[in-house]
Design a protein around this ligand. Structure first.
Ligand SMILES: Nc1nc2c(ncn2[C@@H]2O[C@H](COP(=O)(O)OP(=O)(O)OP(=O)(O)O)[C@@H](O)[C@H]2O)c(=O)[nH]1
Ligand SMILES: [Mg+2]
Length: 619
């Protein structure tokens, strides 16, 4: 082979059914950290990485969304279909197709491999999840399979260190031509049956029995829903009770740090910038890290255990009453972390109308950035007591806020779908094997979330805090002024200027100010309040004292109204941007922003009025 060709990287692509471990393999081979989880449809876009084989050959590897067939039509599967066929824009056809199969599910996955084989392109087959197959007692005759398929076959355990070494070796000498068509004119199903009979021995079905017994409970129409409800309920209790000790610790740290800085630096602009701007702003948000991590721990465990598609299956009937199918469940659940990946996950939904409805209601799922706002207000206004000696009231209120959001989403979906006729289709979902989450993966997942959160604090939140600090410190009050200095500042002016819009729903001018930077990231509202109150000249150190300040200055009705606002919280630029990208236009962006704003305003108005009538107004 001439040297030029040797130097060009080999272009290879990972293809296969959903959930067979393509991304796990991709991460292992390229050292990337793409998302891996135990349900179908985790990867929805193509991702590229690089690797070098043992003999030094460069490979450009593509990770693709899983597909059930090369003729499928959901937006994520279309990417895979087009890349394989060399029809993807700006992407020449891969020189090598690496077809990944789960050894535990060959009946389904071999069918896809045969479909890929019919393309006649150079390909290899990776039998992944060999560990799980062994545990099930499956014995696979790999040489025989290789011979009958007529393409190289290697085994792998993508989640184990060096679990893909055979594949790496094979990439040193990949096949350069495609396989010849199989002899005879069997259809694909017959070929699969023959291959299974020739190459696979399955002794007993013991492992499956345990799963089946578990599924009889988990998928039961009544018990299953109760289990789901209990899981969610305990999650919100945990977000409060488990997080309290670490939150107190971080809180003490931030307060101590603020005080130290205040004492070290002389009174003046620099001291105020650091203490009232940076520490008050970023510090108040950092405190919520433990809660966010606990929320993600639950989500990660649910994702890895294989429970999610079962919950989707369970909720299919309920979601159907709102005009959605269980397929929308996973995108909606992801939106509890953040609406951006949630909206991207809707690419797995085939029906365009269902997909659009799901995109429109995804921002209603309470994203993790709202958690700091909820927690702050709950801690400031809801008494911390236990209910029935078992649950804490804080967790209960939080649960209620999430439920309110979910119910509103179902109602909105119902309204949106009323125009179109119900899409009748049975939900066909693959139920993955139950799996105990791997501790290392959980740790890694949490670490990634922590990095994302802290870098948001370090960038957006610090910037906004400093900006707000500047706007609220200047211009200085005129001599002889009697009101607090902040009233004369730019922030004071802006706040009072917007106030007429939000006064009817009980907001103060400080809240109005906090809503604007909240557009960039919702949790900024918390740091913005801290900065505004800190520079507003409260006597105490506002860095970590926001809770008592709010409970002293706001009425209960105002707090409840703001909570109601945040259930709908129309403001988040990144969500609107991803809606634009996924729907290809501004129309849906406008629709989403308008309807969310309308709902938020209406909900706050009603909450404020009812709370006033019940005596929750200013005393
Ligand atoms: N036991 C075992 N589990 C594996 C192996 N490879 C992957 N997994 C697990 O299988 C699940 C699916 O892995 P992914 O890499 O996300 O699968 P994928 O093929 O990329 O899935 P999609 O992106 O949805 O198409 C995850 O829970 C992995 O941890 C393996 O070799 N053995
Ligand atoms: Mg994947």
């Amino acid at each position: 082979m001439d040297a030029m060709v040797e130097n060009l990287p080999l272009r290879a692509a990972l293809v296969g059914n959903p959930n067979c471990g393509k991304t796990a393999l991709f991460n292992q081979l390229t050292g990337s950290r793409q998302k891996v989880a135990n349900y179908a449809g985790v990867t929805v876009e193509r991702k590229e990485g690089r690797l070098t084989t043992p003999s030094g050959r460069a490979v450009r590897l593509l990770d693709l969304p899983g597909a059930y067939s090369l003729t499928a039509t959901s937006p994520d599967e279309a990417v895979t279909r087009d890349v394989c066929a060399g029809r993807y824009r700006g992407e020449p056809a891969p020189e090598l197709l690496i077809c990944v199969l789960s050894a535990t599910n060959l009946r389904l996955h071999l069918r896809f491999a045969l479909e890929v084989r019919q393309l006649g392109r150079p390909m290899i087959v990776v039998l992944n999840m060999l560990d799980a197959a062994r545990k099930q007692g499956l014995a696979i005759d790999v040489p025989r399979l290789q011979q009958e398929l007529g393409v190289p076959v290697v085994t792998a355990v993508a989640i184990r260190k060096n679990g893909a070494s055979d594949l790496l070796d094979l990439l040193d000498h990949p096949p350069l031509v495609g396989p010849a068509p199989l002899p005879g004119n069997e259809d694909i199903h017959a070929t699969v049956r023959r291959l299974l009979a020739d190459c696979v021995t399955r002794p007993s079905a013991v492992a499956e029995e345990v799963e089946d017994r578990l599924d009889r409970w988990v998928l039961h129409p009544v018990w299953g829903l109760l289990i789901l409800f209990a899981l969610m309920f305990v999650m919100f209790q945990a977000v409060f009770s488990w997080a309290q000790p670490p939150m107190d610790a971080v809180d003490a740290l931030v307060t101590g740090f603020g005080e130290t800085v205040r004492h070290i630096l002389p009174d003046g602009v620099l001291q105020s910038l650091l203490v009232d701007g940076v520490i008050a702003g970023a510090g108040t948000v950092i405190v919520y890290l433990p809660q966010i991590l606990i929320l993600f721990l639950w989500i990660l465990v649910l994702e890895e255990s294989g429970y999610l598609p079962r919950a989707a299956f369970l909720l299919d009937r309920i979601m159907a009453s709102a005009g959605l199918s269980g397929r929308s469940f996973i995108p909606l659940l992801s939106s509890f972390a953040c609406a951006v990946p949630g909206i991207m996950a809707t690419r797995t939904i085939q029906n365009p109308r269902d997909r659009l409805t799901t995109i429109l209601i995804a921002p209603l799922m309470t994203c993790s950035a709202r958690l700091p706002v909820y927690t702050l207000l709950i801690a400031a206004f809801i008494p911390d007591r236990s209910v029935g000696g078992l649950f804490n009231l804080h967790g209960l209120v939080l649960f209620g806020l999430y439920i309110a959001a979910i119910l509103s989403a179902l109602i909105v979906a119902w309204v949106l779908k009323r125009g179109g006729k119900a899409t009748e289709h049975p939900l066909l979902l693959e139920l993955p094997a139950y799996r105990l989450p791997n501790l290392r993966d959980l740790g890694l997942g949490l670490w990634q979330r922590a990095v994302i959160f802290l870098s948001r604090v370090g960038t957006i939140i610090v910037t906004v805090s400093v900006l707000l600090w500047a706007l609220s410190s200047f211009p200085a009050p005129p001599t002889g002024a009697t009101a607090p200095a902040i009233d004369y500042s730019l922030v004071g002016m802006i706040g009072h200027w917007i106030l007429p819009v939000f006064a009817p729903i009980g907001f103060t001018w400080q809240i109005c100010v906090a809503l604007i930077p909240g557009l960039a990231a919702r949790e900024v509202a918390v740091s913005a309040l801290a900065t505004v109150y800190a520079t507003g000249g409260s006597d105490t150190d506002a860095a970590a004292q926001l809770t008592p300040i709010l409970s002293a200055q706001w009425s209960l009705a105002t707090a409840l109204s703001l909570l109601a606002w945040y259930v709908f919280a129309p403001q988040c630029f990144s969500t609107l941007a991803v809606i634009r990208r996924e729907t290809g236009g501004w129309k849906m962006v406008t629709v989403t922003a308008t309807y969310l704003f309308g709902l938020a305003y209406a909900a706050s108005f009603v909450t404020w009025r009812v709370a006033l009538a019940l005596g929750g107004g200013p005393s």
